[in-house]
Design a protein around this ligand. Structure first.
Ligand code: SF4
Ligand code: SF4
Length: 86
């Protein structure tokens, strides 16, 4: 099974927004994510850093990336609303 296939079957519970211009490309968030749903871009931001980005699926909203980031406001996690039975 490839990495892509594994990602496809992960349940996505949240979305991650990373402000690329605030990112210094340290990679702490990428290392912290146990779901492997963050990566460092080959492109650079206006400050000259390769910035982190969300791969688009698989986030559980655990918050590890947020707490590992040294840049205030660079990472925002938006958890999807939990659907409850009526
Ligand atoms: S909230 Fe957790 S699962 Fe989502 S990107 Fe951050 S570290 Fe990964
Ligand atoms: S931890 Fe923060 S500064 Fe470092 S790569 Fe991730 S978003 Fe960028």
């Amino acid at each position: 099974m490839t990495d892509t296939m594994i990602r496809t079957h992960k349940k996505t519970l949240a979305n991650v927004e990373i402000v690329s211009r605030l990112c210094k490309g340290c990679g702490f968030c990428v290392q912290a994510c146990v779901q492997d749903c963050l990566a460092i871009s080959k492109d650079i931001n206006e400050r000259g850093y390769n910035y982190a980005y969300y791969l688009g699926e698989g986030c559980t909203g655990c918050g590890l990336c947020f707490y590992s980031c040294p840049e205030p406001s660079a990472i925002t996690i938006i958890r999807h609303p939990v659907k409850r039975d009526p």
